[in-house]
Structures are given as structure tokens and as C-alpha cells.
Design a protein around this ligand. Sequence first.
Ligand SMILES: Cc1cc2nc3c(=O)[nH]c(=O)nc-3n(C[C@H](O)[C@H](O)[C@H](O)COP(=O)(O)O)c2cc1C
Length: 143
Amino acid sequence: MAKVIIVYETRSGNTEYMAKAIESGMKEAGVEVELKKAARAKADDLKDVDAVVLGSPTYVRAMITAMKTFLFEMEKADLKGKVGAAFGSYGWSGESIGIMTETMVNLFEMDVIEPGLKVKRRPTEKDLEECRAFGKKIADAIK
Ligand SMILES: Cc1cc2nc3c(=O)[nH]c(=O)nc-3n(C[C@H](O)[C@H](O)[C@H](O)COP(=O)(O)O)c2cc1C
């Protein structure tokens, strides 16, 4: 079975709502998913996965610190050609999604699904539906 890891971080829970909805869209599409917070994720977690999905909110025009640290962990894994995707909640500018996407493309040479998914603040039911559809889209790319 195709396998995905979603690594995310959140401060006030909004990006976590997104992560869980993306996970549920993937599971419905029939792929195995592991959901892990960035602070606890290690390069070893990326060994046997077909796709890596990163989620971070935007704080002061950047990713949340734990995600920044995790990108240095990711550098230890061989991710070339694996599928990647980025998502996150934001308030007004939402830079984190572009930064995660850029890093996966340029540094890890991953095959990134673009555009990433941005949701303004707390996801509504409609936003969560979009998150589930995003999860399905990623799942379809690795099946
Ligand atoms: C101190 C602070 C700085 C923020 N800076 C930005 C920012 O630069 N750009 C932006 O789009 N949103 C910014 N936000 C809004 C957050 O991205 C938004 O509240 C988001 O939903 C938080 O996601 P989370 O619940 O997953 O932590 C900021 C919020 C706080 C509290």
C-alpha cells in the first residue's frame, strides 16, 4: 500500500484541523498515512514513504520554528523524486506554504504538487472539505 507522512506544526490548532482533514481524505482514497508533529519527526520517519506532506502556519512572515528545524532533518533523507505537498493556516500573507514548497523543489528535488493549500485562520466546514480533496489529490498522485 502507498504510504504518506504528514508532518505539521501548529500554535493555536488551525493547521492541525487542516492536517487531520487531509489525513482523512487520504485514508478515504486508500493510502496509509502517518500524522506527526514536526517537533517529534526525524529523518528516519521518511525512509519508506512515497510522499511527504508538510504543514506550517505563517508567523512573522515565516514558517513556525519547529518546521524550520525539521527541514534540516529532512536534508538527511533521500527524497529526490518523491511526491511532496505543503499546506498551512495563515492570517494575511501566508508565506510558509511558498517557503516549504520552494525548499522541497530546490533543495530536496521532490516532485511537488502545486499550488499548496492555504486556509485563512480557523478552517470552516468548506475549507475542511477542500483539505480532504487536497488529501485525495496527493493520494491519487502516488497510487
Ligand atoms: C505573533 C503573530 C504573528 C503572525 N504573523 C503572520 C504573518 O506574518 N502572516 C500571516 O499570514 N499570518 C500571521 N499570523 C496569523 C497566523 O498565521 C494565523 O493565526 C494562523 O491561523 C495560525 O495557525 P495555527 O493555529 O496553526 O498556529 C500571525 C499570528 C501571530 C499571533
